[in-house]
Design a protein around this ligand. Structure first.
Ligand code: FAD
Length: 447
């Protein structure tokens, strides 16, 4: 086969055949059934967010393949709409406590001595003035911080819910200069490249990028490029696997037209002879991003295992919890093949690099609002958000292990709301600053 891959996956301790076997036999079947569960089927997003970079009205795709069918409110399981006992409405606190405070230093709240400004070791349910101050700081922190991704706020007014099973990622026909503009913006302005490399035309930019830079790039920058390229491959493979085979010249879908795999299209995109030898490398990047995500999931497994995946449908929620646990156990059985400890391990330079990383990633998430095809935008947003959220969850984990002081507010259902004050480790982005936060956790969560 022109696209048969073998051998080691660059920058990982793993080969293609091992991943294929593990995925095809173990992960894929389980994921398929998990994706049918209500908790994972519905995705909430703001579908009309303006493109912050250019006017997209001309590049709008009018094809019916680009249309996304959003759900009516009564189709959404109640738990997903926030009807959850553990979700605390803001008005649980006084109006004063809910006001975001004007804090000069954003999320940092240390006093002049550098010690935590407020420390509470209470374990009862009373909310002191100090705690209110904590909450205000957290509110401001929460509202202003989202380093990796422009995430739509939870239950935002303008958001819609989409049933992903009814809107599968597949061929839409979105192409040409508008689609290329998005990819070009992502690779040329938001991936890492040396200043000396001139911006080039679509079709050559990616090859030029690889030839000139990849071998010279440090691991972090290469990993970033490879994650994005892997995402691009994933989109291309999905559209080839579920392609519209037309039987007439009609611009509309006719009853004789069929959806199915299109090998010629796949070959056009990945055959080495047709892609200046890049195709196999782009496919390997898909394996790379897969291993990166597996690693991220394994790291947050203890957190995911505590989740209730609440939708309000008891039976299904229990099944989801069990299925997630089984999947996580499977992931644990797969040795770690991506060593993230090598990333950002070079002191001060790494801190700057990490910040640059966040800016690029955030920009890419915002470029998704410039995608002119609604269906492509939905899946682009979903996938970029997925990559970023896993990173954020890791950060939350790091913070909770650095927790210094906290008090707990009991809620229903064996849940506690923890209010905490942490000192960020000085050798990380938190730079030894003091952070205040709150998080809802099960009573027996290991602190
Ligand atoms: P493109 O895929 O547009 O690629 C442009 C150039 O990038 C290529 O010429 C090549 O040099 C380089 N390149 C290609 N693949 C890689 C890679 N993996 N890594 C690095 N460089 C690469 N279309 C659909 O039909 N369905 C969708 O769901 C869909 N979702 C999309 C989501 C987003 C966010 C975007 C930006 C586009 C989406 N598209 C979708 C459009 C699709 O990605 C292509 O742009 C379109 O099919 C035109 O393909 P093309 O052959 O011109 O090359």
């Amino acid at each position: 086969c022109f696209c048969q891959l073998h051998g080691q996956i660059d920058d990982c301790q793993c080969d293609v055949d091992t991943v294929d076997h593990f995925n095809n036999k173990k992960i894929f079947p389980r994921l398929q059934s998990l994706l049918q569960k209500p908790y994972f089927r519905y995705f909430q997003y703001r579908n009309n967010k303006p493109c912050p970079f250019w006017n997209i009205s001309e590049g709008k795709c009018a094809s019916s393949n680009c249309v996304v069918k959003s759900c009516q409110p009564d189709e959404i399981p109640p738990g997903l709409k926030g009807e959850h006992p553990s979700v605390i409405p803001h008005d649980k606190y006084s109006a004063e406590a809910n006001e975001p405070a004007a804090i000069e230093d954003g999320c940092l709240g240390s006093d002049a001595t550098g010690e935590p400004a407020i420390v509470s070791d209470k374990v009862d349910g009373t909310i002191s003035q100090a705690t209110r101050d904590n909450l205000r700081k957290w509110q401001a922190h929460h509202d202003s911080q989202s380093p990796f991704c422009d995430v739509d706020e939870d239950r935002c007014q303008e958001c819609v819910y989409v049933d992903l099973a009814l809107n599968p990622e597949r061929f839409t026909g979105y192409s040409g200069k508008d689609a290329h503009r998005i990819w070009k913006t992502i690779y040329e302005e938001n991936c890492f490249r040396p200043d000396s490399l001139p911006l080039s035309g679509v079709g050559t930019f990616s090859a030029a990028f690889r030839q000139h830079t990849l071998s010279d790039l440090c691991l972090e920058k290469r990993a970033f490029y490879r994650a994005i390229s892997g995402l691009h491959s994933s989109i291309s493979i999905h559209l080839c696997a579920n392609y519209l085979m037309k039987t007439s010249d009609s611009p509309f879908i006719t009853p004789k037209d069929q959806w199915g795999p299109n090998l010629d299209e796949f070959q056009r995109r990945f055959d080495p002879e047709l892609t200046n030898n890049q195709g196999p490398y782009w496919l390997r990047n898909l394996y790379f991003v897969y291993l990166l995500e597996l690693r991220a999931l394994t790291k947050v497994a203890p957190y995911l295992e505590q989740q209730s995946f609440f939708t309000g449908k008891d039976e299904e929620d229990k099944e989801t919890q069990i299925a997630v646990k089984e999947l996580l156990n499977l992931l644990r059985s797969f040795p770690d093949h991506f060593d993230e400890t090598k990333l950002f391990s070079q002191g001060v330079v790494s801190k700057d690099l990490k910040r640059e990383f966040q800016t690029h990633f955030r920009n890419i998430s915002r470029v998704m609002d410039c995608v002119g095809c609604d269906k492509c935008r939905l899946w682009g947003k979903l996938q970029v958000t997925g990559l970023a959220v896993k990173r954020l969850m890791r950060e939350a984990q790091e913070m909770s292990t650095a927790t210094k002081d906290y008090f707990a507010q009991p809620l229903e259902d064996n849940l506690f709301e923890w209010h905490f004050t942490v000192r960020g480790p000085s050798d990380t982005d938190y730079q030894g600053g003091i952070y205040h936060g709150r998080i809802i956790l099960p009573t027996d969560y290991p602190m």
